[in-house]
Write a protein of this length. Sequence first.
Length: 266
Amino acid sequence: MENIALTQLGQLVYNYCGLNYLSNLPSLEAKVSKRLQELNVTLWSYIKILEESAEEWDVLMVLLTINETYFYREDKQLSVFQHTVLPSLNKKHVKPIKIWSAACSTGEEPYSLAMSVLDSGIYSSDEVQIIGTDINKKVLNTAKGGTYNKRSLSFRRIPERWLTSYFYDNPNDYQIKGEAKEMVSFKYLNLLDDRSMRSESGYDVIFCRNVLIYFDAETIKKVATYFYHSLKKDGLLFLGHAENISNMGIGFETISTDGTFYYRKG
Ligand SMILES: C[S@@+](CC[C@H](N)C(=O)[O-])C[C@H]1O[C@@H](n2cnc3c(N)ncnc32)[C@H](O)[C@@H]1O
């Protein structure tokens, strides 16, 4: 493939969603080549299609995003969320509590948050709203369905009692049931889309884990600043353990506790 065209595609992708393939163009090439064959077009023609078609961007996001996730991921954070954060929100915050799982992939993260809420026994299901968002429409469909193959890696860390309490045990899959399902809704959202990000507001807690690792420092700061404005005063932000915004001067206070850390809006 032509290097100049590949670089141009890398730049378009970076501008669109923050994913930085500019430093790994062979990987970008490998991921789009099948699509070019399907459409029977050159890379230059494909770039032209992207300039004119929002639908093609949806196809490309399915090809380029990495969607690995599983229930009860980063258990220390979920334990702090359940045993420290949820009780403190109950005292201070107006109901319903609003929680955002940003870049939720196939839904294991927001459903894990719902199960933590139910496990805490502090809230009825209508006192908490959990919203999962992602840029990949295919994973969002799986998330909305809430049904996961038993042999998938989704269950590699889930506590056994969660499986029995919060899932239907079907022959081939586990299916989220009842209140855990009803507490969570899903929608498409691009973390780099200025208008969409500015219209997200009033959150008590945001989880955005294992996506900023794919962004450069400039994009991380931009996205974390959107989150800052989307949170209520004293609202909390949980990032993945490899994602650190402490020194970016955004205004978050870092809270380190129980072998993990998260951020509070000052
Ligand atoms: C590795 S998964 C993380 C899922 C979950 N948060 C977790 O920690 O298990 C990263 C997700 O980020 C999404 N993503 C990447 N860029 C995005 C963007 N610009 N806007 C929204 N979602 C994005 C991908 O589609 C993917 O589902």
